[in-house]
Ligand binder design. Sequence first.
Ligand SMILES: Nc1ncnc2c1ncn2[C@@H]1O[C@H](COP(=O)(O)OP(=O)(O)OP(=O)(O)O)[C@@H](O)[C@H]1O
Ligand SMILES: [Mg+2]
Length: 422
Amino acid sequence: MTDSTKESTKEFTLERDCELRFEIESKTQIIVELKSGFAELYGTELVKAKKYTFIQGAKVAIFSYQGCVLVIKGTPDVCYIARETPMIQYLNTHSAIEQMREKADERGTTGPVTLVVGPTDVGKSTLCRILLNYAVRLGHRPIYADIDVGQGSISIPGTICSLLIERPAHIEEGFSQLAPLVIHFGHKAPDFNNELYKICVSTLADITMERLKEDKRTQSSGVIINTCGWVKGQGYQHLLHATKAFKAGIILVLDQERLYNELLRDVDSSVKVVFLPKSGGVVERSQQARAESRDFRIREYFYGSRSPLYPHSIDIKWADMKVYKIGAPSLPDSCMPLGMKAADNMTKPWPIQPGPQLLHHILALSFAENVEQDVLKKNIWGFVCVTNVDVERQTITVLSPQPRPLPNTVMLLSELQFIDSH
Ligand SMILES: Nc1ncnc2c1ncn2[C@@H]1O[C@H](COP(=O)(O)OP(=O)(O)OP(=O)(O)O)[C@@H](O)[C@H]1O
Ligand SMILES: [Mg+2]
């Protein structure tokens, strides 16, 4: 506990439909306790008298529908009570989705598939979390799909994923990440390879929608899909593609009326397009903060955050590795083998000779055992990070969450790097 935590303890009384917002930029801890009343953090209820610890980087809003008293120990860098919030509109949206779940349950059909879209920093990920939490609190088991390759909240950057949500998000750590379905893309933004991105989204949608049918309760609970903030040009085309791939019936558009109108014009009339305001509390993040958050997520994958993990260091002979990169640098059509288009070039696995160029790169271990099995249609078993390349011994050393042996599979090279400073 830092000195500032010992120094300052403050009580905040929240009236109905108000929220306490705070941000921690410095290296300090803030401890929050609900003293009386009811309160929730992005849809997860706070337990009375339990101490919740928030650390550097936290951007928090604790909302109360009924009013409450909160005790805050420590001094956040920003801290205020907001009376204007869109929470009632978000709750109404949840109620409308809930009615569709009930109907789906009665009829034994697939529940609502909802896409959350909007420009960067409007609270898309937060709204997904709120809607998922409200769903599980009513006994549903929805699937959360995240197709944001840069700032996604499941697995590591460079992937798109889906996850079955069985219980509310942990107040400090978010949703439990047991057994996510992970698809490798390998870049931090879709525009590095738009063709490949589309295939990845279709694959994730196909497998996710298939899994949805495995459990009756999940099927009627439906899917909530988080997207990235690239909403212009090709980014917009990706949103249309995702709508079709997941057969979304609802699109929630945060903040941007232009995007809302474009979608109203372009999607099938059976899709409900709903405009929602963004919360004034959503904090903008700089490019640097985004890069740091990507790095943090990879570190967390190998080393954990609150509960530490102890990864293994494993040597692998080059001769025992099958490394591929999906998509080669684009060539004009005239340079491609007969019948092949330059766009095909961007979605083919290309063998990579192991060597120093792999240093610090993330390698995704595919469920495909060989490249003949369509690697683009397979999900990911896990990731390793190359921490050393020994040219003389022709080996690489990787950081791995699992001890050896690694499964004998295809490794897919990611553009994302992680410098292991442990
Ligand atoms: N009501 C709120 N009060 C304070 N902070 C908030 C509130 N809602 C969201 N935030 C914070 O604002 C930040 C950005 O929100 P969020 O990640 O949901 O936006 P986003 O639209 O998904 O961003 P991106 O475009 O990067 O995906 C997060 O750190 C989140 O915790
Ligand atoms: Mg987001």
